[in-house]
Structures are given as C-alpha cells and as structure tokens.
Write a protein that binds this ligand. Structure first.
Ligand SMILES: *[C@@H]1O[C@H](CO)[C@@H](O)[C@H](O)[C@H]1NC(C)=O
Ligand SMILES: *[C@@H]1O[C@H](CO)[C@@H](O)[C@H](O)[C@H]1NC(C)=O
Ligand SMILES: *[C@@H]1O[C@H](CO)[C@@H](O)[C@H](O)[C@H]1NC(C)=O
Ligand SMILES: *[C@@H]1O[C@H](CO)[C@@H](O)[C@H](O)[C@H]1NC(C)=O
Ligand SMILES: *[C@@H]1O[C@H](CO)[C@@H](O)[C@H](O)[C@H]1NC(C)=O
Ligand SMILES: *[C@@H]1O[C@H](CO)[C@@H](O)[C@H](O)[C@H]1NC(C)=O
Ligand SMILES: *[C@@H]1O[C@H](CO)[C@@H](O)[C@H](O)[C@H]1NC(C)=O
Ligand SMILES: *[C@@H]1O[C@H](CO)[C@@H](O)[C@H](O)[C@H]1NC(C)=O
Ligand SMILES: *[C@@H]1O[C@H](CO)[C@@H](O)[C@H](O)[C@H]1NC(C)=O
Length: 887
C-alpha cells in the first residue's frame, strides 16, 4: 500500500530569461571601470589572439587586468593534438611566489574558468606544480597538481569551471605555490601556473528553485545560499554530441556526451527531436541539449530489468547539486502518464513518478529538476550513481525513462569556504595509456567506468534494439537561432525563492550545511503584518472564511499578498497551526496557492498567501457582473485545478486529501491560472496501513461525497466527487445547491447526472455556452464529470485520469476551433521511435483498461484530433492510434 514518498517541491522550472548577452561597460577604456563583459585572459603572453571558438583572448602581459604582472612567461614544450586550439594552452604564466590578479567586475554571479595544460614549461616540470587558487575568500583549488589530475581524468588539459558570486566590485584571484611539505621532498621547487582565465557574468541560475535533499528519507528542501560558490563537475548533453562553448548563447558552457559515464553496456537508446517539435531557448541550457535525449529502449520487459545508470566520480566530503534537464521531443509522448519513472541518486529515490509532461506542460517544453546529495568524507574519490527506472505505480503507457541533460555541481563547504578537493588518485599504470593519444574534446580514454554488471542486460537491449531496426537518430547539427529566447513558458513558472528570507531569520547560518532550515516559509513580525494591511484596515478586507478574515496586503517589496488572520476563537490550536505551516510550506505547485509566510507573534495565527487578482472561480460563473468566461478558458481552469489536486493526491510526500473542493476554493491569478486554495485544513491521506481517514464530516454541502456520509470515510476519491460537481458547475453556471428550485433540481450533481443519463444535459448548460462547445469535447467533458460523481468511489476515476480526460477534451475543442488541423495524414514519414506497451495483468479498479499482452507498436501518422472520443480512456485511444507492427 505504501507509495514511494515524493516531494515535488524539488524544483521545476522553465526559467526563460532573455539571454544575458554581456554588455561592455568599459567602452572608453576606463581601466578601473567594473566590467560586465566577459573577460578572456591568456596568461604568459602578450597581445590579442583568437581561439578555435573565435573568442579574443587578451595576453596578460599587456592587459589592464594585470598591470604589473610578476612571474615568468613560459611556452609549453609540446602541443598535444587533443588541444582544441593553441590559445590559451600553449603559453603559461608561472609563479614561484603568490600573485593576485584583480579583475574589476560588476557585483553578481559569474562563471570563472581556469585553464591548465600540464606539460613542462622550460625548466618547470609539469609534475612539480603544486598550488592553491583563491577567488576573494573562497578556496577554489588547494595543493592542486594539474598533472596528476589530468592523468586521472585522461584529458590532456583541464578546464575548471566555478560559479562565484562577487559581492564587491572586484574578483581577486590569487595563485599561491603550496609550501614544501616537511614530510616529503615532493614539493621541492613547487610553483603555480595558469594558461587562461575566463570570466563570464551570468544571472543566478543556481539557487532557484529550491532543490530537495536526497538522503533516503522524505526529501527535504535544501535552500542554496545565493552567496555560495559552485564548481561544475559534469555537464552532459545526454544522448547528444558535445556542444562547444560558442554554441551556448553567451555563457560559453561546454556540454559533453554522456556515454563515457554510462555504467555497463546498457546504454538505452539515444534520439533526436521530431522535426515538427520546436523547443524554445531557455538560459538553463542550449536548445541542442533538449533536442536530444536518451531513453531506456523499446522493450518494456528489458527496461523493467535494468537501471539506466551513469557513474560520476566526485570528491568526497562535499554536497552536490544535480540538475536534470528534461524535454519530451518525440511523438507520441505528449500526454500525462505516458512515461513515468524513478530518479535514483546514490541508490536513493530522488524522485518517483517523474513525468516530464506533467512538469514541463507538453511536448517540446523544457523543464529541469534539482536535487542535492551529500557525499560523505572519505580518503578516496567516490562514485556518484545516477539511475533511471520505470515507475509503474501510476500505470503509465510506456515503461520507459528519458533524460536530456545532466549537470553536477559541487557546493562550497561553507564552514571552510572551500571548494577544493584532493587530487584524484592516479589510475593504475596501463600499457595503452599514451598521454598524447587524444580524441576530440581531449578525452583520451575512459578507463574508470565499470562495465561488468548490467553488461548482459545491455547486450540484450542492444540486440533487441537492433532487431527492431531502431537506431540512433543522430542529432542534426543545425544553427540554432539564438534570438528565440523570449519564450515565456506559460505552463510553469519558477518557484518563489524563500531562501533569502529563511536565512534572514536563521541568523546563525554560519554552521555547516547540515543544519537545514526546517521550512521554506518566511516568518513575519506582527508589525510587518500591520504595516502590510494598514493595521487590518477594513478597506483591505477581502473576505471572511471559517478560519478568520482575509485581508489584501502589500509587503515591503511591493508584492501583493492575501493575509488570513486566524480567529482567536477558532478551534484550531497553535499546534495544528504550526503543523499546517510545516506542511504548506513544502507544497509548491503552479496550481496551488502558495503560502508565503506566517506570523505567530502575540499568539496571532496569521498566514500570508499569494494574492489572486481574479478572485474565485465562482465569481466568474454566476450571480456576477463579471463577463462570462469562454469555454476554452473554463476548460483550462478546470485542467489547472485538476493538476493542483492531482499533485496533492500523488505528488507530495504524503497523500493529501483536500476535503473541501469547490468553486470558491479555486482561485484565479492575474493571468487566469487556476490555483487550488484552502488545502491548509486538509488531512493527509492514507499512508501505510490505512486506506482512509475517518474524520468528522467536513466540507460543503452540495459537494460532499455520498460515500463519505455513509461510511464517514475520506479518500482521494471524495475530492474527485467534489471536483465532478465543480465540472458541472462550470458547465451549467449554477450553484451546487439551489434550494429554491424544484426538488429534483436542488442538487446540481443529482440533476446533471439525471440529465446526462437521459441525454439532455445539453439543455441545462450555461446558455452563454450554447453552440460554443465542440460536440466531441462536450461528450468527453460530460462523461468525465459523470464518472467523477459516481455513487461509489471505486467507480470514480483518479485525479490523474480526470486530468488526462480534460486535456483530451481541450484538444478536441482546439482541433475543432482550428479545423484546419483536422486534415489527416500530413506526414508520411513514420517516426522510427518504436514504443511498447506492457500493462499489468491484475484487474484494474480505475478506468484504465488493461491488457495482458505485450505489444510492440509503432505510430501511424493519424492525428489524435480525428479519434472519436466516445467512451474512450487513454489506453483505448492509444491502441487506436497504434497499429501493431509485425515482428
Ligand atoms: C573610471 O571609472 C571609475 C569608477 O567607475 C570612475 O571613478 C572614474 O572617474 C573613471 N575614470 C575615467 C577617466 O572615466
Ligand atoms: C570571427 O570574428 C570576427 C570578428 O570578431 C569575424 O569577422 C569572423 O568572421 C569570425 N570568424 C568566424 C569563423 O566566425
Ligand atoms: C601566499 O598565499 C597563501 C594562500 O593564500 C598564504 O597562506 C601564504 O601566506 C601566502 N604567502 C605569502 C608570502 O604571502
Ligand atoms: C630541492 O632539492 C634539491 C636536491 O634534490 C636541493 O638541492 C635543493 O636545495 C632543494 N630546494 C629546496 C627549496 O628545498
Ligand atoms: C550574491 O550574494 C548576495 C549576498 O548573499 C545576494 O544578495 C545576491 O542576490 C547574490 N547574487 C546572485 C546573482 O546570486
Ligand atoms: C549502489 O548500489 C550498487 C550495487 O547495486 C553499489 O555497487 C554501489 O556502490 C552503490 N552506490 C552507492 C553510492 O551507494
Ligand atoms: C535500480 O536502482 C535502485 C536504487 O539503487 C535499486 O533499488 C533497484 O534494485 C535497481 N533496479 C535494478 C533492476 O537494477
Ligand atoms: C515558444 O515561444 C513562443 C513565443 O514566446 C510561444 O508562442 C510558443 O508557444 C513557445 N513554444 C513552446 C514549445 O514553448
Ligand atoms: C509530428 O511528426 C510526428 C512524426 O514525426 C507525427 O507522429 C506527429 O503526429 C506530428 N505532430 C504534429 C502536431 O504535426
């Protein structure tokens, strides 16, 4: 009965800021002016030269950033063929004593990239360089030996990328030769060197949204302090080719192919996007990262028997941020619950039921999720395990997983202000390891990835893949329009960042990172609340609820908020109030009203929420002067609310039953995005041993689950019932209970159900909708609402199914509105993607049909819009869409 705990708090985001193309400030050549432009400095050289990416590198011998540079200008003794270009590698600045470069920069976050090419420079032997590097106060490297590091990594050269937040106007980079150690002579004649320094300003692309900590228990939010520094450990274009710095819209990140890190021989399948899928640029990653992906493969049975695993060696004793980039890029994956999978990090579940469509909002839309994992101290490097595996708990259509990109960042050890790890151990001497045999990208050989277990499974997978003729669809290298960056992703917005306020209240954040702020919520003082509401001015009263009065307020940064002041006479105890804050602060979803903070000074119980400019859904349906909502708007609002409820039921660490779903608890923000509210008084649902929660009857008449009355048992299906009433309310624009009407019409649920069964529901719909609803859409919608209000909870669909059906209804409406899209068979080229459905053979209690056969099917080019909706459930639709592929 136990479902894997999951807290989607983790992070989702389609942060699409305009590409921050750096603007030069120092136009007049003012040597002291702060620079917001990237800086490329080649060290130990004079004059400007371009690299293979056509970036101009200024020699430090003549640069304004190193006015009186000391040290030796040295030329490399040997040019490794794997070097991408001679600049900046073939010259180095050698320091035998400390030296500090001082870069005037605008305060903020920036990438700092250090280039090291460890070969002999004149009389300076490569292996003798041992040194430390600090950036302002932060230790970046300590007793660093680039020669050993390069040998261990099998690269001929090393680029270390850091992200630092400079709060003053200057980035001071100090190179300090490590003092000779007394115990051994190895540091005799030690020196420091550097070939190139690159500084690229960026926005804060690290700290929002708040990642969750993966530690085996329920995921906890782990806020990242905006002042922390990070070291990039891995940046992988999963399933795609290397992306070089100039293809990354101004941030100059490089993305490596992931296959060297795959564990064993189970590589899955890599593929590129369908031609008719467009991906919008976001600053989080270049479009090409999202345009390719790796999935587990076409055979469900094989997928169930292996984990698609990457092994990434990391330094011990640090905390790491892992960012997974996702985008569904091939048809037919366009719908919720087609592909659902687990993400494991170090053998712990980081995420269950990862459904890219849910997170991103649709095919071609990008999203990413962030997790934090602590790698314990140890004397050796540690392998970080990242694995994907299908999650069958929601009975997805395909038993598969997908990943488009993966980034791993080391987070600074805050206590020591340190990012430096030990030098990696040297690989065992291997006869094949010829230091000059480079491949492109500088990787010579990947000797460290184990390839033992999983090999058999992988081999089978490869065979199966081959026998179906499915093959890698290579990434078509296209020039991506760099100006398509304005995409405002409509479906998801960044989560609010509360880490600042959290650290403001936790003033002693100087301890180690293991002291987690216990929630994401801001604590307001009573004075702040008074100021925000003009001392609870009656003029700012928005409404009265069971809990108390609700005021409109404005907090200091100008954000409008709704402030709920608990009635001191309310039955709610302080303990319950605190529990709720604890629970609510962990629930973050685009379709839930967010709790921003609370105030408990002076025995007050005050909750501060997002302010919803358009009020409640009901205010736009009936008894109102507001202009009527269009049918499509209503559908979108229902879909949003269904998403919020679906998240409450399945997405949080505990299943949460709302208990009071109604049109006045569905709020609309200024963009008409629906948000479910008032789940604060909800009860967490069945967890381990209980399948229901018995409570005193709560909820609103007209919406109450009849089974709840009979058995005093509350399940998620009680919310589904209430949501069915909401659907009828939206369709008919009348209240759930109208005592003045004839007896049989008093209850909307009963009356609408009666009309639906008689086939005359169309006669009682909102007259303003007459003729506006596409017939197929109407059928689908009515059928969904009807199932929701089924008398027995077992006959009601899950919220996930409701969501699916409503989205389908919307598609049917849109395809009618835009009837040109009804033309069938536009593409004759069949997608080479072959997908398999395998379904559980146990009888299903929900509306999903099950079959016991495993069929391999391939997509026809039939448009979904032409499928008849009558009586269809997701699975049936898909079996109609697919024709069995002979095998
Ligand atoms: C250079 O910039 C600094 C700081 O922005 C300013 O104080 C100084 O006057 C400038 N000098 C010239 C010559 O523009
Ligand atoms: C390199 O940049 C220069 C101007 O900075 C431009 O004229 C040239 O065409 C560029 N070369 C390539 C190969 O992009
Ligand atoms: C050089 O820098 C290191 C580390 O920053 C410091 O410990 C050392 O004292 C410095 N040496 C001198 C001579 O300033
Ligand atoms: C380094 O070692 C050599 C002999 O191996 C010795 O002559 C020299 O003095 C040592 N230098 C330092 C700085 O210890
Ligand atoms: C840099 O750190 C300061 C202080 O913690 C913070 O206020 C600021 O937002 C940070 N800037 C970025 C871009 O993260
Ligand atoms: C994960 O499990 C595998 C065996 O299944 C084990 O070899 C590996 O060390 C584990 N990784 C971690 C980080 O615990
Ligand atoms: C996949 O990884 C998880 C977490 O380490 C583990 O529990 C599970 O047994 C693995 N499954 C397979 C098939 O290897
Ligand atoms: C891309 O951006 C455009 C313009 O902002 C928008 O209309 C379109 O829906 C976006 N497409 C996707 C797949 O997000
Ligand atoms: C896009 O192309 C795929 C095949 O490559 C096809 O299955 C799908 O229906 C097409 N979708 C649209 C919206 O044109």
């Amino acid at each position: 009965m136990m479902r894997p705990a999951l807290l989607v708090l983790a992070t989702l985001q389609c942060l699409t800021l305009p590409a921050l193309l750096p603007v030069a400030v120092a136009a007049g050549g003012n040597a002291t002016a702060a620079s917001a432009a990237p800086i490329f400095l080649r060290c130990g050289a004079s004059g400007v030269q371009s690299d293979s990416n056509n970036r101009s590198w200024d020699g430090d011998g003549s640069s304004r950033f190193a006015p009186s540079v000391k040290g030796v200008e040295a030329a490399a003794s040997y040019q490794d063929p794997s070097l991408p270009s001679p600049v900046p590698y073939m010259a180095a600045r050698v320091f035998t004593s400390n030296y500090t470069y001082s870069f005037p920069v605008s305060a903020g976050r920036m990438f700092l990239r250090l280039y090291f090419y460890p070969v002999a420079y004149g009389s300076y032997a490569a292996s003798a360089a041992y040194f430390g590097v600090t950036a302002n106060d932060l230790i970046l490297l300590d007793k660093f030996n680039s020669s050993q590091t390069a040998l261990a990594s099998t690269f001929a050269y090393i680029v270390r990328e850091f992200s630092v937040n400079v709060t003053s106007g200057s980035l001071d980079l100090t190179f300090a030769p490590s003092p000779p150690s007394s115990s051994s002579g190895q540091n005799n004649g030690t020196y420091a060197f550097v070939n190139g320094i690159e500084i690229v300003p960026t926005p804060d692309i690290f700290t929002t949204p708040t990642p969750s900590l993966v530690d085996g228990g329920d995921p906890n939010p782990f806020p990242l302090d905006p002042s922390w520094g990070f070291q990039m450990m891995y940046r992988l274009n999963v399933g795609g080719n290397m992306i070089s710095p100039q293809d990354d819209s101004g941030f100059f990140r490089s993305w490596e192919n992931d296959s060297p890190y795959i564990y064993g021989a189970a590589f899955g399948v890599n593929f590129g996007k369908d031609d008719n899928v467009t991906i919008n640029y976001t600053i989080m990653a270049p479009v090409d990262v999202y345009a390719t992906a790796r999935s587990m493969g076409p055979n469900a049975q094989i997928n169930l028997n292996y984990n698609l695993t990457w092994i990434l060696p990391v330094d011990p004793g640090f905390t790491y941020l892992l960012r997974f980039h996702f985008c569904e890029i091939q048809y037919p994956i366009t719908k919720v619950n087609q592909r659902s999978f687990f993400i494991y990090i170090n053998n712990q579940t980081a995420q269950a039921q990862m459904d890219v469509i849910v997170w991103s909002g649709g095919i071609g839309r990008t999203t990413y999720t962030d997790y934090v994992v602590v790698v314990p101290a140890s004397s050796d490097q540690q392998d970080m395990w990242v694995a994907l595996h299908p999650d069958l708990s929601s009975k997805p259509e395909y038993f598969d997983a997908i990943l488009n990109g993966l980034e791993v960042f080391k987070i600074q050890d805050n206590a020591r202000k340190n990012l430096a790890g030990p030098n990696p151990p040297l690989p065992p001497p291997s006869p094949g390891l010829n230091p000059s045999a480079g491949r492109s990208g500088g990787r010579k050989q990947k000797a460290t990835v184990p390839a033992i277990i999983g090999g058999a499974v992988g081999a089978i997978a490869v065979l199966v893949i081959a026998s179906f003729g499915v093959f890698i669809i290579c990434r078509r290298k296209k020039k991506v329009a760099k100006d398509s960056d304005k995409s405002e992703d409509e479906r998801w917005t960044p989560l609010p960042d509360f880490s600042k306020s959290a650290s403001a209240t936790n003033t002693n954040t100087t301890g180690s990172q293991s002291t987690l702020p216990s929630n994401l919520c801001r604590h307001f003082s009573f004075a702040e609340i008074q100021a925000a509401t003009n001392n609870f001015d009656k003029a700012s009263l928005l409404g009265r609820g069971g809990f108390g009065n609700v005021f409109l307020g404005e907090i200091e940064d100008g954000t409008k908020v709704a402030i709920k002041r608990g009635n001191p006479l309310s039955e709610q105890g302080v303990h319950e109030f605190q529990n709720e804050i604890e629970m609510l602060s962990k629930l973050r979803h685009r379709h839930l009203v967010s709790l921003i903070g609370y105030c408990e000074d002076k025995n007050e119980m005050i909750l501060v929420y997002d302010y919803m400019a358009h009020g409640t859904l009901r205010e736009h349906l009936y008894n109102t002067k507001n202009s009527p909502l269009s049918w499509k708007q209503r559908l979108e609002i229902c879909i949003g609310a269904a998403r919020g409820l679906h998240y409450l039921h399945t997405g949080a660490s505990q299943n949460i039953i709302h208990r009071d779903v109604k049109t006045t608890n569905i709020l609309l923000d200024e963009k008409w995005v629906a948000k479910v509210s008032d789940f604060g008084l909800s009860k967490t649902g069945p967890n381990v041993d209980d399948t229901h929660v018995s409570t005193v009857v709560k909820g609103s008449f007209g919406y109450l689950d009849p089974e709840y009355f009979r058995r005093q048992q509350l399940t998620e299906k009680s919310d589904v019932y209430s949501f069915g009433v909401v659907l009828f309310e939206v369709l008919c624009a009348r209240s759930a209970l109208s005592p003045t009407l004839p007896k049989e019409q008093v209850s909307l649920a009963d009356w609408a159900l009666h009309c639906q069964k008689k086939g005359v529901l169309g006669e009682i719909i909102d007259p303003r909708l007459q003729g506006k609803i596409a017939p197929q859409c109407f059928v689908k919608f009515a059928e969904t609402a009807e199932k929701c209000v089924a008398d027995h909870s077992i006959d009601r669909p899950s919220m996930g199914d409701v969501l699916w059906n409503l989205e389908f209804a919307l598609q049917l409406q849109e395809s009618t509105d835009d009837s040109s899209s009804l033309t069938e068979g536009t593409s004759s080229g069949m997608s080479p993607l072959v997908l398999t459905r395998l379904q559980s053979d146990e009888p299903s209690t929900d509306t999903t049909t099950t079959t016991t056969t495993t069929t391999t099917t391939s997509m026809t080019d039939r448009s979904i819009a032409t499928v008849e909706s009558d009586g269809l459930t997701p699975s049936i639709i898909f079996s109609q869409l697919m024709t069995p592929d002979g095998r």
